[in-house]
Design a protein around this ligand. Structure first.
Ligand code: ADP
Ligand code: MG
Ligand code: MG
Length: 251
């Protein structure tokens, strides 16, 4: 069992405070929908948890299984079991997708993964995501379509076996069929492994496929409302204005 505990988190970017005392608690076996209007700090939260240097934590705690995540660099966070599937995956010319994956896996293991085992697992995972086999041997994300980049983030997640995975708008840019393939891959992993998920999406349709156990609304740097899939449906129908009104939030 894994547990991510975020307490009173304050994060600033380029001197501007974006997260203003955020609390969140995620355990393996749970799927958390993280929703909120654009520009309120969802990506900032995930980047800060993963340790992106631009996101400066000024106050608060992040604990993974009781260990202080804020003391760890990005590699250590990955080894500890955290994973971030990014909203805008970077292109890395000169590094092939398979080299990148193998390095990321080896960084997490005591001993290097055998080449045979690695190739078998990579081919299977790429097949599961219904991606073209040559994507393994091309430079990471370079010239990948939007949908291929997003699927490739899921390939990484499946091969790294995190205990807490955060997926930032992983569904954007996917067509209806690809959305189903990606959702199925996530659910399959969730059912087979001890995995906790934080899913940022604007689409009810994606959440329906994943069936979140918890839902949170992030407005102005804080979680202001919590619920379950019914909250997701209500936001899909009515947007966020009713929440802002009901809670008397002034932006
Ligand atoms: P969301 O993911 O909820 O749409 P973000 O976390 O991306 O919101 O952004 C929250 C706020 O922080 C926005 O005002 C955004 O412009 C600002 N911000 C986020 N990342 C950066 C960055 N790297 N540089 C400058 N401003 C940023
Ligand atoms: Mg956004
Ligand atoms: Mg975002």
């Amino acid at each position: 069992m894994s547990e991510l505990l975020i307490h009173n988190l304050h994060v600033d970017v380029d001197g501007k405070e974006i997260l203003k005392g955020l609390n969140l608690h995620v355990k393996s076996g749970e799927i958390h929908a993280l929703m909120g209007p654009n520009g309120n700090g969802k990506s900032t939260l995930l980047a800060a948890v993963m340790g992106h240097p631009r996101y400066h934590v000024s106050e608060g705690e992040i604990l993974l299984d009781g260990n202080n995540v804020l003391d760890m660099d990005v590699d250590e966070r990955s080894r500890a079991g955290l994973f971030l599937g990014m909203q805008y995956p970077a292109e890395v010319p000169g590094v092939t997708n398979s080299d990148f994956l193998r390095a990321a896996m080896n960084a997490r293991e005591e001993r290097p993964v055998s080449l045979y085992k690695f190739i078998k697992e990579m081919e299977k995972t790429i097949g599961d995501l219904q991606m073209k086999p040559d994507l393994a041997h091309r430079f990471l994300n370079e010239g990948f379509s939007g949908g291929e980049k997003k699927r490739n983030e899921i390939v990484q997640m499946k091969m790294l076996h995190p205990s807490i995975a955060m997926l930032d708008e992983i569904d954007s840019g996917l067509d209806v069929d690809a959305l189903k393939v990606v959702a199925d891959a996530i659910v399959d992993m969730y059912q087979k492994e001890e995995l906790g998920l934080i899913i940022v999406s604007h689409y009810e349709r994606f959440y329906q496929l994943l069936n979140p156990t918890h839902a949170h609304v992030l407005i102005d740097g804080k979680i202001v409302m919590e619920g379950d899939h019914e909250l997701v449906s209500r936001i899909d129908e009515q947007g966020y204005d009713w929440i802002i009104e009901e809670l008397g939030i002034t932006l």
